[in-house]
Design a protein around this ligand. Structure first.
Ligand code: FES
Length: 680
């Protein structure tokens, strides 16, 4: 009987004649074992770990000679590059007798990428662009066929890739590469899911060691974030970001749409600005990862609809007025140089996820891909907090989506001492309810401001301002400490009982930090700051509440805070503020940058692209701008945490003092000052 070969962890098994290469056995059994060089002993992607000894579970004893002895190819590979102890090259080692063979994760084609946040879905590698080493027949005068035609025949025979085409840029290099490689070339084959039109994006003589890379870009209205990924294993080699240069045309989306309406050619100006920013971000991130930007062959971009249109050079004017028609809501695939992305491979492809609706973009689609509310049993509310909040509510039965214009306050803009999340920015705040004294943490230092050594530790960065998560905690802590009433008014020094409450005209401000004696800033939370936060959080809550109305529920089971910023928000403080509906605190989690994760999924896995295209088709879109209830929800959400909705879970964990600093609630505190006693 032929020897039995058992692969782990798949458990796949079969009998093969003595002398069968392990790679061949794996392929015949459908075992997930990688190979770029097609079994030529060059790429080392096919590494396996044979196991010897007794395997009662399999009823097998594996003897020492179950695989062939090391051959010259393996020995050379070990000499030059080094093979890990116990590893063999699957294409070189052959079966001699019964054997158990483990395929380590890094040798699996469809390996899973380690995930960062527990709630995000793992990524299974199956990128659209892959590297193949091909042996091409030499030209023959008697059988005239072009180099490309013979390469196509070789790809069909050796890699089962048929119908491949090559753009002119590849063709221009093909002859040199083939001759330089002595008829052996590596080709980057781009094959999107469901496409029978594979395209060659790059060709190199011999075995290409430089790798293939991809960019996952989350193009936000305020910031642009990019991850540079290795397309062979999904590793993030560098992450980088920059401010969206379109900010100079308007801070939020609607002001950019207005800019386009009011200024002929304004849309083209904004298009140029963002395209140039992407091109330089690609150069920067490649430099950071120390790779050739010319090896970036894939880019996935997620963004909101206005960014989507402006990036593509489409006037966003239709998105500024009902019925908010998109030029296209479908996913898009095109050449990178069509959007000015000329700093990466000249043949690179761009994939843009589909938009959900005129106000709910491809970024929300990416969040849906990453968080998969459509697969959840619990009714899940996902809020991606940004200048424009994207909100999803749903479970296995149905998913609803909307967006809400929160403005840039959560990102530290429109806040008197607001700043971007950078070293020196206050990010955590606690206020003692008795003394009303604050303590805080700044980005770049693990110590609290009242810990010994804090001054020394923050000497370099200084204490420069408050970032988005800091202002949320500051306002919530002020409310919990009785410095701020439910209507959002800051009390006077007398009313609150601390000189930290300073009069500013007809209103008051709370002093968080004073470094003026050392020539530093005085950082205050002003009444204007509170108003800005109230507007932002009311928009967010109203959007969520509207979806709950449509779903016919008063409560949700889970709340997921998504977005780079969402990752830093404390669930308790978000609830005190009334940004999100009341829920069990344990069921409020952060998903990190879910849109960015969704973009990475689409970059590393072709099927994820078809999956989200199908999911988006099933999501029900709710347009906040034309919903009459939105305004009512917005007004009620102005109070902190809320004028009418009960917050039973919140009152269990953080009972709020019943203080009131102004009868009218209209912005003055001079007639206030009566402080009711804190309720237990
Ligand atoms: Fe490339 Fe074995 S398949 S080294």
């Amino acid at each position: 009987m032929d020897p039995l070969v058992i692969f782990t962890p798949s458990g796949k098994r079969g009998r093969f004649p003595v002398g069968t290469p392990v790679l061949t056995a794996a392929r015949q059994l459908g075992v997930d074992l990688d190979s770029v060089c097609g079994g030529r002993g060059i790429c080392s992607k096919c590494q396996v770990a044979p196991s010897y000894g007794d395997f009662p579970k399999h009823g097998l004893t594996v003897s020492d000679g179950a695989l062939s002895a090391w051959n010259e190819v393996e020995a050379r590979y070990d000499r030059v590059k080094g093979l890990k102890e116990g590893r063999r090259l699957g294409c070189q080692a052959t079966v001699q007798s019964d054997i158990v063979i483990d395929v380590p994760p890094e040798s699996q084609v469809h390996r899973q990428v380690v995930r960062k946040a527990a709630s995000t879905r793992p990524i299974t590698m199956d990128p659209a662009t892959r590297l193949c080493l091909v042996e091409v027949a030499e030209p023959d005068m008697h059988e005239p066929a072009g180099d490309l035609e013979r390469l196509r025949a070789a790809l069909a025979e050796q890699w089962d890739v048929t119908g491949v085409t090559a753009p002119l840029r590849v063709l221009q290099n093909l002859q040199t590469a083939l001759r330089k490689g002595n008829w052996q070339v590596s080709v980057a084959v781009h094959r999107p899911a469901g496409s029978d039109m594979p395209v060659i994006l790059g060709v190199w003589p011999g075995f290409h060691e430089g790798g293939l890379y991809g960019l996952a870009i989350d193009l936000g209205s305020t910031t642009i974030a990019a991850h540079l990924c290795d397309l062979s294993d999904g590793r993030v080699l560098a992450s980088s970001g920059l401010m969206n240069p379109q900010i100079r045309f308007g801070e939020d989306l609607m002001s950019r749409v207005s800019y386009s309406m009011m200024n002929p050619g304004g849309d083209a100006e904004m298009t140029r600005a963002v395209q140039e920013a992407l091109a330089s971000l690609a150069t920067e991130i490649a430099a950071e990862a120390e790779i050739d930007p010319g090896l970036i062959f894939e880019t996935v971009i997620v963004c909101n609809p206005v960014m989507h249109h402006l990036l593509l050079g489409i006037d966003p004017v239709e998105l500024g007025q009902a019925p908010f028609a998109l030029a296209t809501s479908g996913s898009l695939t095109f050449a990178a140089d069509e959007i000015g992305l000329t700093t990466i491979a000249p043949t690179a492809r761009v994939y843009m996820l589909p938009c959900i609706a005129g106000h709910v973009g491809a970024d929300a689609a990416a969040v849906a891909l990453s968080e998969a509310p459509d697969k959840a049993e619990a009714l899940t509310l996902i809020v991606d907090v940004g200048t424009n909040a994207e909100i999803l509510l749903g479970d296995q039965s149905k998913v609803l989506a909307c967006s809400s214009p929160t403005g840039p306050a959560f990102e530290g803009a429109q806040i008197s001492a607001g700043q971007r999340a950078a070293p020196g920015a206050i990010e955590r705040v606690e206020i003692d309810p008795a003394s009303k004294a604050p303590r805080f943490k700044v980005i770049g230092c693990d110590l609290w401001s009242d810990d010994p050594g804090f001054t020394e530790a923050t000497k370099d960065s200084g204490i420069t301002g408050i970032c988005g998560s800091g202002i949320i905690e500051a306002v919530a802590e002020m409310r919990m400490a009785g410095i701020l009433d439910a209507s959002g008014l800051i009390g006077s020094a007398e009313a609150v009982g601390t000189p930290r409450c300073e009069a500013q005209g007809r209103t008051h401000a709370y002093l968080l930090h004073d470094a003026s004696a050392e020539g530093g800033p005085r950082i205050l939370v002003t009444q204007g700051d509170i108003r800005a936060i109230q507007l932002a959080k009311s928009a967010l809550y109203a959007g969520a509440r509207l979806l709950m109305d449509h779903r016919g529920v008063e409560r949700v089971d889970r709340v997921v805070l998504a977005g780079a910023f969402g990752a830093h928000i404390s669930p308790k403080h978000a609830m005190v503020l009334g940004m999100i509906p009341d829920a069990k605190l344990d069921n409020v989690t952060s998903a990190g940058n879910a849109a960015g994760h969704g973009a990475r999924m689409a970059l590393c896995n072709r099927a994820a692209r078809s999956e989200i295209e199908a999911t988006v088709g099933r999501i029900e879109k709710i347009e906040t701008a034309i919903e009459p209830k939105f305004q009512e929800h917005f007004v009620n959400a102005n109070a902190i945490p809320h004028a009418t909705d009960p917050f039973p879970e919140l009152s269990r964990i953080a009972p709020l003092p019943q203080v009131s600093f102004g009868a009218s609630g209209g912005g003055g505190a001079e007639n206030g000052g009566r402080r009711r006693r804190r309720r237990a």
